[in-house]
Design a protein around this ligand. Structure first.
Ligand code: HXC
Length: 271
């Protein structure tokens, strides 16, 4: 049984010009899943604008992509601030001439029982995940509408936003909200040629979220067993899904939620 993940390499299903001529903005693009998606996009021909709160981090990630022949730029941006999001979008258009793909990947969360969570703690995560996603969509809209390829919005959520997420009521509410937001925009903006989809990753090894939520508390083995495949995913699994949804291969897919979780959701429900 295959356990490896084919990512934008020799046996990649995508050709090197899959995203040629497109420009993408990726929030939280300096690390983790955001950087993995940005790297895949750059290798498949897209120009990428990486945005994040830590300017040095996004800038050095963009520099590294440029060194390997990609076309990348970076902008400091806290997605909680609409003006900063708007400025980052405009900077991408200025630099690359268009904006065709928006990936809402930036997220923040921490584990805290609901009864102990302060209103400000709840609001902080809603601000980053849900409001930040709306700000990105809103700021990008006119440019996505003008895209000659057709615009594509991809937001990273989790099925824990559908099933409920004890200890993370803020993030569960935000991710559930993003699912509904995306379905709404898919219908509203379909006539503008903009496709709006979400990806629901399961536990992806080597990410900050899994490290903090599972590994550090010694629950890594148990969490892996909760998936149907019995193992964590790789960051490339999510990047592949994000390439597919952004590309013409998914040209008739909108309002969808692509679950890339090794069957965790299904097994969770079945159990
Ligand atoms: C209880 C907490 C808390 C904690 C913060 N707060 N951490 N409450 N337990 N561990 C409360 C604070 O007390 C405060 O409320 C409010 O939240 C805001 O906290 P700040 O530290 O001022 O916020 P800020 O500096 O803006 O940081 C935001 C953050 C932080 C979300 C709290 O963790 C962050 O920046 N994270 C970004 C990176 C991140 O989380 N990445 C993980 C994504 S992984 P009061 O009332 O005291 O003012 C992911 C996938 C997970 O999403 C899925 C895995 C399967």
């Amino acid at each position: 049984a295959g356990s490896g993940t084919v990512t934008h390499g020799e046996n990649c299903m995508f050709t090197n010009d899959t995203l040629k001529g497109r420009a993408a903005l990726i929030t939280g693009g300096g690390t983790g899943l955001g950087l993995e998606i940005a790297t895949a996009y750059a290798r498949l021909g897209a120009a990428v604008m990486l945005v994040g709160r830590n300017e040095d981090r996004v800038q050095s990630a963009a520099d590294a992509l440029n060194r390997e022949g990609g076309q990348a730029a970076a902008a400091k941006c806290d997605v909680r601030n609409y003006d900063e999001v708007k400025a980052a979008v405009e900077a991408a258009v200025q630099r690359f001439g268009s904006l065709d793909i928006l990936v809402n990947n930036a997220a923040g969360n921490f584990v805290c029982p609901s009864a102990e969570l302060s209103p400000n703690g709840f609001r902080t995560v809603i601000d980053i995940d849900l409001n930040g996603t709306f700000y990105g969509c809103h700021a990008a809209y006119p440019h996505l509408k003008a895209s000659k390829h057709g615009g594509s919005i991809i937001s990273i959520i989790t099925m824990l936003g559908v099933s409920g997420w004890p200890g993370a009521v803020h993030a569960a509410s935000a991710k559930g909200g993003i699912l509904s937001l995306s379905r709404t925009l898919a219908v509203e903006w379909g006539g503008d040629g903009i496709r709006v989809n979400t990806i629901s990753p399961g536990p992806i090894g080597d990410t900050e979220g899994v490290k903090r939520m599972y590994i550090e508390s010694g629950k890594g083995g148990l969490e892996a067993k909760k998936t149907a495949l019995g193992r964590f995913g790789a960051k490339g699994d999510i990047a592949n899904a994000a390439v597919y949804l952004a590309s013409d291969l998914a040209g008739y897919i909108t309002g969808d939620n692509l679950i890339v979780d090794g069957g965790r959701w299904l097994k969770y429900v079945a159990d």
